[in-house]
Write a protein that binds this ligand. Sequence first.
Ligand code: AMP
Ligand code: MG
Length: 491
Amino acid sequence: MIEKKAIIEAGWNFDNSYARLPKSFFTRQSPAPVGTPKLVILNHELAISLGLDEQALQSKDAVAIFAGNQIPEGALPIAQAYAGHQFGHFTMLGDGRAILLGEQITPLGERFDIQLKGSGRTPYSRGGDGRAAIGPMLREYIISEAMHAMGIATTRSLAVVTTGESIIREKEQPGAILTRVAKSHVRVGTFQYVSQWGTVEDLRILADYTLQRHFPVVNDVENRYLYLLQEVIKRQAILIAKWQLVGFIHGVMNTDNMAISGETIDYGPCAFMDAYDPATVFSSIDTKGRYSYGNQPQMAAWNLARFAETLVPILHANQDKAVEIAQNAITEFADLYHSNWIAGMRAKLGIFNEEPDDEALIQDLLSIMQEYHADYTNTFRALTVDKLKDSSMFKTAEFEQWYVQWQVRLSRQQETIDAAHELMRSCNPTIIPRNHRVEESLESAENKKDYSLMNRLLDVISKPYAYFPEQNDYYTLPEQSTQPYRTYCGT
Ligand code: AMP
Ligand code: MG
């Protein structure tokens, strides 16, 4: 009786629209129970916005849900099928270690997927154990919440539980499960799966479902599937521009890791760039730099082209015409991305209006930053607070010359210098989850079960544009390391 009460009081309110789609889209699958679950972090603010009771969510029975040991009423657990191009190679994938419990309907009537990641083997696990280690799950929690705080569309993290079981990676590690919240888990790879192994009717069903869920169609749209393609392209252009503007490197932009909703998804070997260099790669497996910082816009366009291909059978009755429609839509990505990026860059430099030479001004700064290995975030921070002392770049003749040009540019606009700095403060994050700060908090959580560093980090990164003095420790850089920073796939 108590158990049931705790679950109901927690406010779970599930629908299962994805599970009503054709059977081939998923497999009914319960999470595999774990030994001794323990809640190590709960996202209070997110819980409240989902209509959940943060107190009730901390009860033993409610925690059992985050561990996959209990299924809340109304949930219908499934593993989703999808495919994907991984580093350019097409393959069948699917939720190999994740279970979708269902869709939480919030008090405002919004719909969010509630997914357990690390919840045991599924028919799509291939050789994997279906489990996740605590480090990568806490990492996803930290980075996704940092992205959210910066105003970048992302899946979010509701909770992490440890399972009380060890899992084997390079060394034995504590197992953990992340509860991920997403507008949906429909990926480019979901369309690829249906396009490859389903019927045209299946494809239409998936496209209609996605339209209804993410892009409710206005009646006068002539070609609804073209509309879907264009809207997905638009959202990705906005998303990738935002990544570039804050120096975020996803690390594994495979087509299965691109969400149709336009949210950043699947935080594996991602990180924020320190010194500005378009060739920056953090992922240990990205040896050719396919997903380097500078390549991200092109890779997004490549993924969107794969998405467009899947829609060809439903874009037009005439296949040649359909291909032409798809190609035309894809070519729009470059301009859309560029206009979002340059608008963001102008704002980062306090520029309100448009002048033809702005792009050259921006590129000149980036070139100087690259030449002097200037820290990306801290350079814009220094320009914002107008304290040019932390980087040797600021003392160079090149920079001084650029600075004069920039000041002249600012003086040509109507807005005051104060207004320019106000604008800069609103879009240059002073705080990003610095790699060394993330690592130290994960190390402490993993090895000492001490979550205080992580909680402090989460608090600081929740206000990236605040410019508080108490954040100072979090923007200073570590001592120069001789080893390049490396991140490993989310295992
Ligand atoms: P990712 O690199 O996280 O995007 O995952 C790629 C694919 O590998 C997805 O189908 C995952 O479900 C699957 N996968 C990753 N880790 C595991 C694991 N430990 N056990 C089973 N499947 C996994
Ligand atoms: Mg993935």
